[in-house]
Design a protein around this ligand. Structure first.
Ligand SMILES: C[S@@+](CC[C@H](N)C(=O)[O-])C[C@H]1O[C@@H](n2cnc3c(N)ncnc32)[C@H](O)[C@@H]1O
Length: 490
């Protein structure tokens, strides 16, 4: 295997913690067959051996015959073998060590219990050749409907979702259980993980039984994703609500989890069923043109398109004020940044080269950065560049030039604070990529009405229940769409 895929190993103490939480050691002693399907250097199996040693339980060949490791990277299996030999004086049975890709290769045996920590990597960050090989499996497991979807919104789908579905469906005996450390995005991601939440693995139903979400403890050092651990039951139908524990200081604060509306929706976390049933409906009327949107995306070329001061050498008609945190903090209407959009305001379409060449300064400026702009990556962007030209951006259309925007901070916040923005000297404000989201409006009164309706404190409350506080998906357009969809189909 050339590129390591998600090699973040579980510290032994946290492998032991998970084993103790769900009495997995006792199950092993009582005869359960246990497998770590993405075993790395074997942290979970070593933790089981450790517990036996601490209890002074001699390990018999029978005990060992009920432990299996599967891992794609042969060097990690070698590390495991040497460690177990050195630390426990055990020659681990070689026929229980499998070096294979558990997604793509078959496996004959089935187990009572799966434990571990699957790789957590967004589909878009996987090596290109591996992505191509994995696509059919993402589709087969219902994680995306087609390859096109994988290229578009669902590229944030985590390989963890695929690995979990594959191993539950392929490796568990009837009514077996899985216990894993997992990224919480499987339960709270809007579009990308709704396919995980069909609770089906290889035509077998599975249900999430209990979840523990870490909020303070760094189980995995330096990992930015938010994570949890959970018990999953195969051959079982998912019902809600389920117990959901959130780390609070030294304790685990008990909550319940239930999907927002439809079974495959992201989960809400609330204290009790009364709270679950008390949500108001939101009476906000939006047309299909007013779909909530993310801001403009330069696709890695901020230094070409975005300026701290309005550049005097470029034509005013293509320069737009760009929202920054100051407009919420200081309530100031003064732009702190400007963005260049070589687009027709009336249609939202990119300028063609002929139109660009009518403005010498614009043409020279873009030409000077042609190489950098052409080298930008991304399937969607590439398709757009091939169709139109290397000067395009993403997230620009007629909506970007609507005279009013109800705009809010969508990323990493704890308060939902939509405001109405219009223009500076006729140039409308633009939202900045995933930081800001907005609803376009073509009528000022309507913009203020929608803003007032969005200020309903129930929306903030619901966003917090959807577990986005302080996270990257705090109030992203998909989530706001879902919330508004509670009454109005967009
Ligand atoms: C997050 S690590 C966890 C390892 C171990 N379970 C632990 O907790 O320390 C995930 C492991 O999965 C392995 N892996 C990635 N893709 C795999 C695949 N398709 N089949 C088997 N193993 C895989 C990686 O090499 C890595 O060692």
């Amino acid at each position: 295997m050339k590129t390591p895929i998600g090699q973040v190993f579980t510290p032994t103490e946290w492998a032991e913690w998970l084993i103790n939480k769900w009495h997995i050691f006792d199950a092993w002693m009582d005869g359960a067959e246990i497998c770590d399907p993405t075993a790395g250097q074997g942290a979970f199996i070593i933790a089981l051996l450790n517990i036996a040693r601490n209890h002074q339980i001699p390990l018999t060949p029978k005990h060992l015959s009920r432990l299996t490791l599967i891992e794609i990277d042969p060097s990690l299996i070698d590390n495991f073998k040497s460690f177990v030999k050195q630390d426990f004086g055990i020659d681990f049975p070689p026929d229980q060590l499998f070096c294979k890709d558990i997604i793509m290769h078959s496996h004959d045996k089935k187990y009572d219990i799966l434990i571990g920590n699957p790789p957590w990597v967004n589909f878009s960050d996987l090596p290109t050749a591996y992505k191509t090989e994995l696509k059919p499996y993402f589709i087969q497991e219902g994680l995306v409907q087609d390859t096109q979807k994988l290229l578009l919104g669902s590229s944030r789908t985590d390989i963890a979702a695929l690995v979990i579905k594959v191993v539950l469906g392929k490796l568990l005996k009837e009514k077996g259980q899985g216990y894993f450390y997992l990224p919480t995005s499987l339960f709270f991601g809007d579009g990308a993980h709704s396919g995980f939440r069909d609770y089906q693995a290889n035509k077998r139903g599975f249900s999430i039984d209990t979840v523990y979400e870490f909020t303070n403890t760094e189980v995995f050092e330096g990992i930015q994703k938010s994570y949890c651990c959970g018990k999953i039951q195969i051959d079982s139908q998912q019902t809600f609500p389920i117990p959901y524990f959130r780390e609070m200081g030294e304790n685990w604060d008990e909550h319940i989890a239930s999907p927002l509306k439809y079974p495959n929706d992201p989960w809400r976390i609330v204290k009790n069923t009364e709270e679950l049933n008390s949500t108001d409906m939101f009476d906000i009327h939006l047309t299909p043109d007013q779909k909530p949107r993310q801001g403009v995306n330069t696709c890695g070329a901020n230094n070409v398109f975005i300026f701290d001061d309005k550049p005097s050498h470029l034509p005013d008609e293509y320069l737009y004020p760009l929202t920054t945190k100051e407009i919420w903090r200081q309530l100031t209407g003064t732009p702190h940044k400007w963005i260049l959009l070589p687009y027709h305001q009336e249609t939202g379409k990119p300028l063609d080269w002929n139109s660009i060449s009518k403005h010498d300064t614009l043409m020279n400026y873009l030409q000077d950065h042609k190489e950098v702009l052409q080298a930008r990556k991304g399937t969607l962007l590439k398709a757009s560049m091939n169709r139109i030209g290397w000067w395009v951006l993403l997230g620009v259309g007629p909506y970007a030039f609507a005279p009013y925007k109800i705009i809010w901070e969508a990323y990493g916040r704890k308060h939902f604070n939509p405001i109405v923005v219009s223009d500076i000297d006729g140039q409308v404000w633009q939202a900045n990529q995933a930081m800001h989201a907005y609803i376009p409006c073509w009528d000022e009164n309507e913009a203020h009405q929608v803003r007032t309706a969005l200020e309903n404190p129930e929306i903030s409350k619901l966003l917090r229940q959807l577990n986005g506080s302080g996270k990257c998906n705090w109030a992203q357009p998909g989530k706001i769409k879902k919330i508004l969809n509670m009454k109005n189909a967009l």
